[in-house]
Structures are given as structure tokens and as C-alpha cells.
Design a protein around this ligand. Sequence first.
Ligand code: FAD
Length: 345
Amino acid sequence: MTETIETDVVIIGAGPVGLFAVFELGLLDIKAHLIDILPKVGGQCAELYPEKPIYDIPGFPIVTGMGLVDNLMKQIEPFGATFHLSQMVTEVTPLGTPVAPRFRVVTDAGTTFECKSVVVAAGGGSFQPKKPPIAGIEEFEEKSVFYAVRKMEALRDRSILIVGGGDSALDWTLNLQPIARRVTLMHRRDEFRAAPHSVERMRKLVEKGEMDLRIGQVSGLRGADGRMEAALCKGNDGSVFEIACDAMLPFFGLTMKLGPVAEWGLNLHENLIPVDTEKFETSTPGIFAIGDINTYPGKLKLILSGFHEAALAAQKVHRYVYPEKKLLFQYTTSSTNLQKKLGVA
Ligand code: FAD
């Protein structure tokens, strides 16, 4: 049995709003663990528009999606939050009472937490891989077909077919080529959307005979009991061929789905979590919802709204974490106490 991690708060979602929640909770001495299904922090900003400029973050006339995430990471550094990436929260189970809430939070990687409050900052839901339309692919998933690489070592000495033409496909081709028995990259045309230097490196490896590049599409899988032996492929010229492989990694992009949030017993309205506007608490005392995932009259799905919600939710979380302590309102500009926590005094 895996060890249970004890913490004050679990934040579900490491998008901009989940990240800023670490700051607001940290100022109140509340420790947090963050969980995100993506292998990186930053939510939509990092995944959907890292290089696009944002013009409506207060105090930043212009900042890119990634620039904002980098700044948030710097801002929350003093609070030493722990990140659990590439993991999806599947279960949130209440253990305590409405007055003294307590929760068990479990991820699909088997990590288990017990905490006093849960902050759901799950945005538009979990980013999940788009699956290729191949009949019977489910039988091979997690044994031979993987949509993400959790541990590279699990792919050592395997014959790997990587399918796709974007950055993920090219990055994993280059990362796995040195440890795989053989890597084949397949894309439906001989043009790639990935960073030019990655494409150049891949072409050099093909020229040297150290990996293969095939143009076409996978139409079927051959194997038994989840163990793949070959991918059945179609070339653009109508040819049919097989690629022998025992692992396939399709990288067809990500789509946002509500995912397991719907199974945690919270009231939902059109796939969003209704909250009050005083504390941003859900229908379950001790569970808060902030950022794009929540709804209330007048809600605007803006990053700045999520930041405000994080600040107010933290005040109520404090009451659950420190029921005996009175909370004093303080400014970071003038409170030595807050400045000590930030490491600047
Ligand atoms: P998200 O950024 O969606 O992050 C939520 C995270 O939760 C995700 O990483 C997801 O993987 C994770 N998650 C969900 N469910 C689970 C689970 N069960 N387990 C683990 N992890 C989970 N806003 C502005 O204010 N200004 C702009 O100019 C602006 N421009 C935009 C441009 C584009 C193209 C897009 C798409 C959005 C834009 N937005 C803008 C909106 C802004 O990005 C969102 O409001 C913001 O990202 C919401 O932040 P969040 O932290 O609530 O959610």
C-alpha cells in the first residue's frame, strides 16, 4: 500500500489560478500540494497559447502565456508547494464533518492525500489525449499504446512507433531514439508543425540510418492480449504495409474534457461548479472551486477573476485549517510578518 501524503490543502489543477492559490494560501501559512494531468504547469496558458501576448493582466501591459506562468512560479517559490504532474485526480472523498472537513484525494497514479480543504482549479476540465480512430486500440492501451511517457525506462530496448507531426511527436522521437531498440516516426505528410531544429535533428538521424521516417497513417494493430506485434499502415499512394513494433505512441494533440470532476458529488450546472461569491465554496463544505471551472452570477472567465477568487477562498480555507486562530488582514507592503514569509524581510 502506498503512503498517504498529509497536507493542509490539495489544489486540483496547476493552471494560472491554481498557481496563484498557492501564493494566497501561503501568505496564511497554509501548505499546498498541486496535482495536474499535464506534464507541465500553466494550464491553458502553457498548453494552448504559450507565445501569445495577454494584455489584461493587472500591472502587466503585455505578457505572454508562458511569461505569466514563469512569473507565477517565481512568485510562489517561497511557499515550497509540491507538484504532482502527469497525474489525474480521480477521487475526492469526504472523511470529516461539515464543521471540520477532511478529504481523501486519489490520483490515477495511485498517489493518495489526506487534507483539510480541496481547491478545485480544474479550468475547462482535464486535458486528455485525442485518440486515433483505430478499431480495437483500447485493448492495447497502457500495455503497448501510450498517450504520454511517464517513465522513459519502461520503453528501453523496445521497437517504438511514434505517430504525429507536432512538438510532442518530435521531442519524444529524439528523446527515445537513444534508448529504444528502434524508433520509427510516422506522419501523414512529409511536413511537420514541430520546432524546425527538432525536425532537422530527426532528419539527420534518418539520413544516418539511426531511425526510420514513414509517411502514411496507422489503420490497424496486430497482436494479442494487449501486446502489439505490428502496426498496419496505409501509405498516401494507397500502398499497404506493416511496421513491426511493440510500443506505439500516438501524439494527436489534447482535448479538454470535464473528466472525473463530475464524479466527486459536487453540484454541477452545465459542467461548471456553482459557488458563492463570498468564499467560492462549493455545495460541499471544505471544497472550493476557483477559476474557469466555477460559475456564479456575472462570472467572467478571465485570469484576473480567478486570482481574486483565490484570495477570497484562502480566507475561508484558513478557518478550516486553523479553526482556533483569528485571521488579521495585512498588506504585503507593510507587514513584516508577510515579508518574512516571502523571504524579503
Ligand atoms: P486552466 O488554465 O484551464 O488550468 C486547469 C488545469 O487543471 C489544467 O492544466 C488541467 O489539466 C488541470 N485539471 C483539470 N482536471 C484535472 C484533474 N481531474 N486532475 C488533475 N488535473 C486536472 N484569459 C485572460 O484573462 N486574458 C486573455 O487574454 C486570455 N486569452 C486566452 C486565449 C486563449 C487562446 C485561450 C484558450 C484562453 C484565454 N484566456 C484568457 C482564458 C484563460 O486562459 C483562462 O481563464 C485561464 O487559463 C483559467 O485558468 P485556470 O487555472 O482556472 O484553468
